[in-house]
Every structure is written in C-alpha cells, then in structure tokens.
Design a protein around this ligand. Structure first.
Ligand SMILES: *[C@@H]1O[C@H](CO)[C@@H](O)[C@H](O)[C@H]1NC(C)=O
Ligand SMILES: *[C@@H]1O[C@H](CO)[C@@H](O)[C@H](O)[C@H]1NC(C)=O
Ligand SMILES: *[C@@H]1O[C@H](CO)[C@@H](O)[C@H](O)[C@H]1NC(C)=O
Ligand SMILES: *[C@@H]1O[C@H](CO)[C@@H](O)[C@H](O)[C@H]1NC(C)=O
Length: 381
C-alpha cells in the first residue's frame, strides 16, 4: 500500500498508516479494493516448509532444503522460484490474503539482509518459517531454523521495534496482530525415520514421551510469544503425514502409512487439549486450531468433490506417484496443476493451500476450533 521506500518509519508515520487503514476500512473502501482491508495490523509467521517464503534461501549450509529453482514458483506472479515449496502461493500467503494482505509478509532473513526488518515488522509483519524446521531442536539440526530459534528471532525483532516505535505502540500492535503457526510434520517424519532405522516400531510409552516433549516445546514457544505481547494465535495442526507421495511410494500398494497418520493424529489431539488449558491460564489469549488433518482426510475420501483429479501423486517429480524423482527443471510436470492435491512429493499445491485457508476462515466449522481464523482476527481482548 503506502510507498515504503525509506529505511525507517517513525512512530508518527506508523500510527498514521494504521489509522488510514482503519479509516478506509470503516468507510467501506470507497476506491479501495476490498481485499486491501486489513483485519489485523500485521501477521507474524512461525513454522516449516508449508509456510517458508524464502528464509532457507538465505540460510547457509549445503544440506538446507531450498525451493530456489524451477519448477517451484511456476505459477507465482512472474513465474519465479521464491523459496516457497509450492507451484505458487503457500499457506502463509493465503492466510495473509484472507486477512487483507497481498501475500505473506517477507522472510525474516531477507528483511535482515536488506536492512528493512523494523519497517516491515511495524507495518505488515515478518515470516520466520523455515523448511525442515521442527518443534524440537533435534529435528533436522543444522539444516533449518527450529521453532525455538524463530522465537528468539521474533524476540529480537520486537526489541528493535520497541527501540524505534516505543513499547506502548509495539504492545498494542502485537496484541492486535495475527500469529500463524504451522509446524510438527518434520518432527513426525524424524521420529518415524529413527524408528525405521532401528527396524522397530515405537512403544506406546515412547510415543507418549515424544508427545510430551513436543507439547512442552510448543507450549514454551506460545507462552514466550504471549510474554512478548502476542494474543491471537492461529495454529495449523499436523496433517496426515502418512499420505504424502514420498511416504506412499514406500508402500507396494501406494497406500498411506497408517502408523504415521496415527502418530500425527495423536499429537493433534494432545495439542488441542493443551491449547485449551493454556488459554484458560493466560488472560486475553485467543486461538484457533485449523484442522489440516481432518480437512485433508476429507479431501482424500472424495478428491473430486473438492475439484481434484489426483490426490496421491506429486504434480512435479518423477517415477511412481511422482515421488521417485525430485521436482526440478526437466522433471515430469502434471497438466492441470489445480487438479492435484500435491505439488511435489511432500508439499500441497497452490490450489490445496488456497482451499485450506478458505476453510480455516470461512468454514465449514468442523475444520476450526474453538473459533475460526476470521473470528480470531476480529477478536478484541
Ligand atoms: C525444546 O526443548 C529443548 C530441550 O529439550 C530446548 O533446548 C529447546 O530450546 C526447546 N525449545 C523451545 C521452543 O522451548
Ligand atoms: C527476549 O529478550 C529479552 C531481552 O531483550 C530477554 O530478557 C528475554 O529472555 C528474551 N525472551 C526470549 C523468549 O527469548
Ligand atoms: C528388520 O526386522 C525383520 C523382522 O524382525 C527382519 O526380518 C529384517 O531382516 C530386519 N531388517 C533389517 C534391515 O535389519
Ligand atoms: C500400505 O497400504 C495399505 C492400503 O493400501 C495399508 O493397508 C497398509 O497398512 C500400508 N502399509 C504400510 C506399511 O503402511
């Protein structure tokens, strides 16, 4: 919106812009495109490859997963790879779009490199998500920015914001802003892979201990953000990870790995219980859990009803289920990308991201609890 060429934004300018947004919103947008009406002043994103918009492109290390080559981004404006693990926009983009933004706020490491962190943080938000990231620091260590480090980065961003705009303005901004979380799949993959390596399945008590450490870390992250002033938490839960093409391809029938799905479902149940306890303890905290698991299972049960022609294969890849080769230039590419649930062997297509965010904002109500993302955005503590 307002031209943001300068490197610094004074508090006066910030509140002017915020009040302009509010005024335009109240007037009903005479001359302003309705999609520009923001429901919240800013969006801050923490999570994994489902939400990464370029952090890993700026993360050193040869084993860092990066979506920095074609055909990633083939349907993105300009048809260019941006670090998103999608043919176009990802889930962070569609959540931001539904909140009235053009797309996700920029990646933290990109903003840092351009010396533009504080202005962005004050007027639109920041995306800290990193492909490969886990709730546990031990997941993909050295190849991503784990959740705990994303929290540290957000904390240091906040300190810089306070230095610029003052603590009152920043507290107010953060309390009204939308904090989007989507993380946990990589922890499931890492746990399953470790068991597979040992050629055994986990005992119930090992699974319980795994959940306990995940919940403890997830809870620490949310509580720390709450301590920084965050109040609105939109949480996308872990989907049926046993059904991604890269897992299906290990099964001779191409079927889902039920054990991995159960692992994810058990974690989602634990998270649901924990969040309701947390909300009861932390005054003013509001949250919405988006049930990616249930939505995806429903899609698998009847892909055609959601407009898909294929729900088990990668659009971009190679070999059986498109999951035996990487998505890269020269790979097999499906015809109609909007008719595939999966873009590559792990990640949803742009269309799946779009339909997901739509469900999280506008229902049906069984896909969000206790409120939907729209109600969360409009919540006043
Ligand atoms: C997760 O737990 C480990 C120790 O188990 C700790 O080192 C790490 O900082 C924790 N992360 C968060 C977000 O609390
Ligand atoms: C955030 O930073 C402050 C200092 O600026 C520090 O006291 C606090 O422990 C930090 N919190 C987290 C969660 O990193
Ligand atoms: C895994 O265990 C099964 C059954 O105990 C055994 O038949 C198989 O050879 C083992 N595989 C490896 C790689 O150790
Ligand atoms: C393979 O898929 C079938 C369904 O087609 C399922 O019943 C079976 O449990 C799967 N095997 C594994 C190891 O997940």
């Amino acid at each position: 919106m307002v031209g943001m060429k300068k490197k610094s934004v004074g508090l006066g300018r910030l509140s002017l812009m915020l009040s302009m947004v509010q005024v335009l919103g109240a007037v009903g947008g005479g001359g302003v495109h309705p999609s520009k009406m923001r429901l919240v002043p800013a969006v801050y994103v923490l999570g994994d490859s489902t939400l990464d918009v370029g952090n890993n492109n700026h993360l050193p290390g040869k084993d860092v997963p990066r979506a920095n080559k074609p055909y990633y981004g083939i349907d993105f404006p300009g048809s260019k790879p941006t670090g998103r693990f999608s043919n176009g926009f990802n889930a962070a983009d569609y959540v931001a779009k539904n909140l009235g933004f053009d797309k996700s706020p920029p990646a933290y490491l990109v903003l840092k490199a351009r010396n533009y962190l504080v202005p962005a943080a004050l007027v639109m938000g920041v995306n800290y998500a990193s492909a490969g990231a886990g709730i546990l620091d031990s997941t993909n260590t050295g190849r991503s920015i784990p959740l705990s480090k994303q929290v540290v980065y957000l904390n240091s961003t906040r300190a810089e914001m306070v230095a610029k705009a003052g603590s009152g303005a920043v507290s107010d901004l953060l309390a009204k802003s939308f904090f989007l979380f989507g993380v946990g799949s990589n922890d499931m993959f890492a746990f399953a892979a470790a068991q597979q390596k040992l050629n055994r399945s986990a005992t119930p008590s090992e699974v319980e201990a795994f959940y306990t450490s995940l919940i403890s870390n997830y809870s620490a992250a949310i509580t720390e953000l709450y301590g920084m002033g965050a109040r609105k938490f939109g949480i996308i839960n872990v989907g049926p990870v046993g059904c991604v093409p890269s897992v299906r391809v290990a099964n001779a029938t191409g079927g889902c790995n039920d054990g991995m799905n159960q692992l994810a479902a058990g974690f989602d149940a634990a998270l649901r219980g924990h969040m309701s306890g947390l909300a009861a303890r932390l005054p003013g905290l509001a949250y919405s859990i988006a049930d990616s698991y249930a939505l995806t299972q429903l899609t698998f049960a009847d892909p055609g009803a959601a407009g898909y022609a294929n729900a088990d294969s990668a659009c971009c890849g190679g070999g059986r289920l498109g999951a035996e080769g990487p998505c890269q230039r020269g790979a097999a590419l499906c015809g109609d990308r909007d008719r595939f649930v999966f873009w590559d062997s792990v990640h949803p297509s742009q269309q799946a991201n779009k339909l997901g965010a739509k469900a999280y904002f506008h229902g049906p109500p069984q896909f969000t609890s206790p409120i939907n993302f729209n109600q969360l955005a409009n919540y006043n503590s």
